[in-house]
Write a protein that binds this ligand. Structure first.
Ligand code: AMP
Length: 542
């Protein structure tokens, strides 16, 4: 039909060109792994991203090919975000907290053509390099002066700043199809091997619009945003894109995520809005309380990835006048799904009722359709009482996993989140349980099945069950229940040691409980729910 709106594709590169043109003077401040503070402006980001795009072309990285990053939150990582996706390749953010075997699996599965890494990860990259299939291009994200004198990589190690210096900034961002892939992030929040979630340019831009809204993450050009949530975990909840869209100042914390370092950065840069998992905020709040100080600029903090305890909400709000925005999302959702922003009629409620609302994960942002279903797949009512499996759909919800070897995860066109929730008549969703068999510790996943598999390799173990038990610091930690083989002799210490080298250190269960038997259902499956009920407070009582 004539006279319709223009068909302009929604592209990641357009965020950068917008930021350069309208917010070119706005600052991006990064604490570098080299130890100092780096600052420049959106103008510089855009110029260096164009140089980097030329570099990628020079390295032979083609349309749709994956480029891995193993990096903290910082300006060079930000440059990769835009140069890789903007030029038509796919940014694959790797999670350095994974075990080296898992990293190798993911790099091979994604078939990464090049890996860019922060200096702190050189030893990790050296271990990974001997385990991956094909030789890659390795680039250390530093300058010549800080390049490592020697390394164990099988091929030459390139220097990021040398590469950029060797290229001009004359680069026109290609007019891509908005449905092309822009970035890739693997999640271990499901059973089996980690699975890749592939975002498109279109899904990223739509997510950015929705996540920036006042009742979502509420970001504007007047904000100074500190994303503590890592850029390797669901694109730092989309904040690098949001900051460009709205023109906010960005502050990147690098590798220093302890309370003192965060507090100093927040104050020095006058951060107004921060985002992270509850574990990180515990460290920050402890530091501020011990120093008897306060926040002079921070007004809001986004807490997600795990439930935000009411005590934390109250401490932020009553003691420091920092509003808490409790949010829920998933890697499969880019990630924002719901945000707990009050409606008008909540504002006059007494404090305890407002805290009860803030304990909920919130209402769906526009674009996310959600429902709860019973065991028969039928939708349940939003009465705030009945709980069911939470399902979602929308333009930034995955339709399947990268590689597509597995059956579609969708049920009748809805994505099953693996979370169990209730929804109140106002549309506020509250997570009550999890049906997926994984443990979330400090915002990162631990596979209970991998832990069980390792334990079962021990000759004295007859069966092993690993469950999530609540933990005062990490939200959840793995608890391992063991049934020994008849007559077998086995002490906890021996089994703890057995895990060394077989899983990442922080995956090791904190405690092992020897039991005579584990409860089995009719089909012979372990009734984990029963064990969870019995042992969920194990660490709280310890
Ligand atoms: P990830 O894909 O690693 O971001 O993890 C997503 C999962 O983390 C969700 O499916 C939930 O199980 C959990 N999660 C995220 N945010 C929250 C929250 N605010 N409260 C409770 N659980 C959460």
């Amino acid at each position: 039909m004539n006279g319709l709106m223009m068909q302009q594709p929604l592209l990641v590169s357009s965020l950068l060109t917008h930021a350069e043109r309208h917010h070119g003077e706005q600052e991006i401040v990064s604490r570098r792994v080299e130890g100092d503070i780096h600052r420049y402006r959106y103008r510089d980001l855009a110029q260096r991203a164009r140089k980097l795009a030329n570099t990628l072309a020079g390295l032979g990285i083609g349309h749709g090919e994956r480029v891995g990053t193993l990096a903290w939150n910082g300006y060079r990582h930000m440059e990769l975000y835009f140069a890789v996706s903007g030029s038509g390749a796919v940014l694959h953010t790797l999670n350095p907290r994974l075990h080296v075997d898992q990293l190798a699996y993911i790099i091979d599965h994604a078939d990464d053509r090049a890996i860019f890494f922060d200096l702190t990860f050189l030893p990790l990259i050296e271990s990974v390099a001997s385990r991956i299939r094909s030789p890659k291009v390795f680039v250390a994200m530093t300058d010549r002066a800080n390049m490592p004198a020697k390394h164990d990589l099988p091929i030459m190690l390139l220097c990021y700043e040398d590469l950029i210096d060797g290229h001009g900034d004359d680069f026109a961002w290609p007019l891509l199809d908005e449905n092309d892939a822009s970035s890739l992030c693997y999640t271990s929040g499901t059973t089996g091997n980690p699975k890749g979630v592939l975002y498109s340019h279109r899904s990223t831009i739509l997510h950015t619009y929705a996540a920036a809204l006042p009742d979502s993450l509420n970001c504007s050009a007047r904000d100074v945003i500190l994303p503590v949530v890592p850029m390797f975990h669901v694109n730092a909840w989309g904040l690098p894109y949001i900051a460009c869209m709205v023109g906010a100042k960005l502050v990147f914390p690098g590798s220093s995520l302890d309370g003192k370092s965060l507090y100093e950065l927040i104050e020095a840069e006058q951060v107004t809005l921060s985002a992270g998992v509850p574990t990180v905020w515990q460290g920050l709040l402890r530091h501020v309380a011990e120093r008897g100080t306060t926040f002079t600029s921070m007004r809001r903090t986004i807490v997600g990835g795990a439930p935000c305890p009411t005590a934390m909400t109250a401490e932020f709000q009553e003691r420091y006048y920092v509003d808490v925005l409790h949010a829920w999302g998933m890697t499969e959702l880019s990630p924002v799904g719901t945000v707990c922003s009050f409606k008008g009629h909540h504002l006059s409620l007494p404090a305890h009722q407002r805290y009860a609302i803030q304990a909920k994960q919130g209402r769906a942002v526009f674009g996310i359709d959600m429902r709860i279903v019973g065991p028969d797949g039928q939708a349940l009512s939003w009465d705030g009482q009945v709980a069911g499996d939470l399902q979602v759909r929308g333009p930034w919800v995955t339709s399947g996993y990268f590689g597509g070897e597995e059956a579609s995860p969708l049920c009748d066109g809805w994505f099953p989140t693996g979370d169990v929730a209730k929804i109140d008549p106002d549309g506020f969703m509250q997570i009550t349980d999890r049906s997926k068999d994984v443990i979330k510790s400090g915002g990162e996943w631990i596979s209970s099945i991998d832990i069980e598999n390792v334990a079962c390799l021990h000759p004295a173990v007859a069966s092993a069950v690993c469950i999530a038990a609540r933990h005062p610091k990490w939200d959840e930690r793995p608890l391992l229940l063991i049934v020994k083989k008849p007559e077998a002799v086995l002490e906890s210490d021996e089994l703890f040691e057995f895990f060394d080298g077989r899983v990442a250190k922080w995956w090791k269960p904190d405690a092992i409980v020897f039991v005579d038997a584990v409860p089995l259902g009719a089909t012979g499956k372990v009734l984990k729910n029963q064990l969870r009920e019995q042992f969920c407070d194990y660490y709280l009582k310890a």
